[in-house]
Design a protein around this ligand. Structure first.
Ligand code: HAM
Length: 421
């Protein structure tokens, strides 16, 4: 019978790999705490309308990539393709604005997008991210980027440069949209069918079209309008303060005037971090300001900013700088029992150690002494306890020095108890 395999674009994270995840998760949790962010957990599926209304109908995510299905109550539901929409929905639903502003929330979990799988691009992937709702200060744009930068630094990623740009508020984006539409009119015959339609519905989305004929018209074209040439004085000043804040905190950035991000909700500052050496899927994290979304989804008119980082891509980057992978599943003590009639002793010893917090393991396969010693070596244990007799006598082998001493198990246990004290 053919065996059942994991679905294309999804992966098992096996124990050797999980150690990287645990490291990332620990650093993320600690750093979020240091910056005063609280964790929020939202459902994995939501009403399809939530994503369509926030990410935007013309985006690749909503147009082509969502896992949507109809449930038994004829509702259209979608596996979340990102976290921002859900967090904003929860913020509104639970009136979190009443708990004080800004609300600083972070999350992590699985996201789903039906993309063509390749290295660094899965159909089920994981993000950690944050959303800071309720402040329009440029300092909070700086804070979120600095927070990510701290996480990346703690994980040992040294080549960190952020691309930043500013899309601006309604007035700035209106002026840019006008200029962009005028430009697109001049190249209309070279655009793909989708972009010809987007030109009037949502011209900004033409900028992230991947069709080669569109890219030819757009890439490095000096006639293509730039968002920063259409910013109001207020938006320009906001962007200048973001840049100054990043400079003060030592966060390296470059302005990329072509950065617009592929989701519709962005309004002001946008940013991304790419990690060279990851190939085509080098964007590790992305985010920006979305001052309209909370109001658009039926909440109070509150500004917000956030980012999300792809954990798989972050780990790929980590592996390019890491020479010693972290170890897991190792124990400090392994009990070897050469005589099946002494099995009760082995069980009692292993639990006596565990009770005082020493990681310990034993043989459960009734293996030969030689095979048990092999298993003990594989377990990474520093000490192997070989049961010698029924009256508590054991030989303790130090695996680093190969020294072996005979003693009562109680004495061996006491050496650990002393160390713990
Ligand atoms: P995004 O740029 O769509 O933004 O995704 C953020 C990150 O998720 C990407 O930079 C990438 O590392 C990772 N990612 C996206 N798609 C995949 C995939 N198919 N496979 C592996 N990794 C992937 C957002 O999701 C926004 N919600 C970010 C945000 C939060 N903006 C404001 N607040």
């Amino acid at each position: 019978m053919e065996s059942i395999k994991a679905i294309k674009g999804t992966y098992d994270i096996l124990p050797d790999e999980v150690v990287y995840w645990q490291r990332v998760e620990a650093v993320v949790r600690e750093t979020m705490g240091v910056y005063g962010y609280s964790e929020i957990r939202t459902p994995i599926f939501e009403n399809t309308g939530l994503f369509a209304r926030s990410i935007g109908e013309d985006t690749d995510i909503v147009g082509k990539e969502m896992y949507s299905f109809t449930d038994m109550g004829s509702r259209s539901l979608t596996l979340r393709p990102e976290g921002t929409a859900s967090v904003v929905r929860a913020f509104i639903e639970h009136h979190l604005d009443q708990k004080g502003l800004p609300q600083k929330l972070w999350y992590q979990g699985a996201m789903f997008r039906q993309e063509r799988p390749q290295k660094g691009r899965q159909r089920q992937f994981h993000q950690f991210g944050l959303e800071a709702v309720g402040s329009d200060s440029p300092l909070i744009d700086v804070e979120v980027m600095k927070l990510f930068d701290d996480i990346a630094a703690k994980l040992g990623l040294d080549d960190r440069v952020y691309s930043i740009n500013c899309l601006g508020g309604d007035e700035s984006r209106g002026a840019f949209r006008k200029a962009l539409t005028a430009f697109l009119d001049t190249v209309e015959d070279r655009l793909c069918d989708d972009c010809r339609r987007r030109k009037s519905t949502n011209p900004l989305r033409v900028l992230d079209c991947k069709v080669p004929s569109c890219r030819e018209v757009l890439d490095d074209n000096p006639a293509l309008p730039k968002t920063i040439d259409h910013l109001t004085e207020e938006d320009t000043s906001h962007f200048e303060q973001v840049k100054a804040g990043l400079y003060r905190l030592g966060v390296a950035y470059e302005v990329d005037v072509s950065l617009v991000r592929g989701l519709d909700y962005y309004t002001g500052t946008v940013f991304e971090m790419k990690y060279t050496g990851l190939g085509a899927q080098s964007a590790i994290m992305g985010g920006g300001r979305y001052d309209r979304l909370v109001g658009q989804l039926g909440g109070p008119n509150l500004p917000a900013v956030g980012f999300a980082c792809g954990i798989e891509r972050l780990i790929l980057a980590l592996k390019t700088v890491e020479t010693n992978p972290p170890a897991d599943g190792r124990v400090e003590v392994f009990i070897v029992n050469p005589d099946l009639t002494l099995e009760d002793k082995a069980l009692a010893y292993v639990h006596a150690l565990r009770e005082i917090g020493i990681s310990a393991d034993m043989d459960y396969l009734a293996r030969s002494m030689k095979a048990q010693m092999k298993a003990a070596a594989k377990s990474g244990a520093g000490n192997v306890v070989i049961i010698e007799s029924e009256d508590g006598l054991v030989s303790v082998k130090n695996m680093a020095t190969s020294d072996q001493q005979t003693m009562q198990f109680e004495i061996f246990l006491k050496t650990f108890e002393k160390e713990l004290i």
